[in-house]
Design a protein around this ligand. Structure first.
Ligand code: HEC
Ligand code: HEC
Length: 260
């Protein structure tokens, strides 16, 4: 079998763990494969190929992402964690890949499923409404997360956060309904985004994308998972929030949990 074809077959058969053993792959390069493809050829329209790109250029771009002079939330978060020697090794590795390979991303499956019985057992910590888009977003956290936040502790394994996007209710004439406090009324939920931490889940995520034990997911109105290929994006963007348990709105959860 020609080497190129052999590599392609390997890529189809393998996910991250086995690819890490591919000849010469620097371990740090595993962190790139979910977005840039196992061989540096990207399957997503908005993610560039790395394979065969010039070494000096790759090095320069990684330095620029790390310093923040080139801005991209995903790449800034990843590059912030790279040491000088990682950048040298990554530029050498990816510039040496063949750009003629079929794109195969290394999946990081999310284990999160829509919480049974939601919103039972959850507490609302935030409500945002937008009259223009006629929408109401309600954010919820389950009891383990709420209790820890009230005590000023990091959110433990077993924590779940769900943000529900609702259409605002309208009356027969199409005007927005308001409740007694003048707030828009949340109608049917249209979709959900969520994050959940469980023991061991972090081990399934390459180190630079790891968010403790959190996994992320988007759900349809019926609670079906969607957008699975975006999981690496969720992880990359929430990764720098480590000091806040990877939750952007941790301060709001704490404030709500401390309210008498
Ligand atoms: C979560 C997804 C994600 C991960 C993980 C990721 N990247 Fe990226 N990368 C992107 C996106 C998106 C862009 C395009 C950025 C832009 O539009 O400026 C990009 C751009 C780049 C570029 C610029 C390429 C060019 O043509 O200018 C380089 C170099 C790069 N990434 C290297 C890496 C390396 C090395 C890793 C692993 C250590 C990595 N990336 C991990 C999403 C990712
Ligand atoms: C470009 C960066 C970015 C990406 C990618 C991203 N998030 Fe977020 N996420 C944010 C920001 C910023 C907030 C806070 C928004 C606010 O407070 O209104 C947030 C908030 C959240 C929250 C509420 C808890 C919290 O952290 O405050 C959940 C749940 C969530 N995101 C899930 C996801 C999921 C699922 C994905 C992937 C499908 C994802 N996010 C991808 C930036 C991102």
């Amino acid at each position: 079998m020609p080497a190129r074809r052999a590599r392609r077959v390997l890529a189809v058969l393998c996910f991250t763990a086995c690819v890490a053993q591919a000849q010469g792959l620097p371990p740090v390069a595993m962190n790139c494969q979910p977005c840039h493809g196992i061989d540096g050829v990207s399957a997503a329209a908005d993610i560039p190929n790395l394979a065969g790109q010039r070494r000096a250029y790759l090095q320069g771009q990684l330095l620029a992402f790390r310093s923040g002079s080139r801005k991209n939330e995903l790449m800034n978060a990843v590059a912030a964690q790279l040491r000088d020697e990682d950048i040298v090794a990554l530029a050498a590795w990816w510039s040496g890949r063949s750009p003629g390979i079929v794109a195969v991303a290394a999946a990081i499956p999310s284990r999160m499923v829509f919480p049974a019985g939601f919103p039972q057992g959850f507490r609302e910590y935030r409500r945002e409404e937008d009259a223009e888009s006629r929408s109401v977003n309600v954010s919820w956290v389950n009891a383990p997360g709420w209790t820890a936040a009230a005590a000023g502790q990091p959110l433990p394994d077993g924590s779940i956060i769900v943000v529900a996007s609702h259409a605002a209710e309208v009356d027969a004439g199409g005007a927005l309904k308001r409740d007694a406090q003048g707030r828009l009324v949340a109608g049917l939920a249209q979709s959900y985004s969520g994050m959940q931490a469980e023991a061991g889940w972090g081990a399934e995520v390459p180190p630079l994308l790891r968010n403790g034990n959190w996994h992320y997911a988007l759900f349809s109105a019926a609670g079906e998972p969607r957008g699975g290929s975006l999981h690496p994006h969720c992880l990359a963007c929430h990764q720098p929030q480590g000091a806040n348990s990877h939750v952007f709105g941790l301060g709001m959860i704490k404030a709500a949990a401390r309210r008498p």
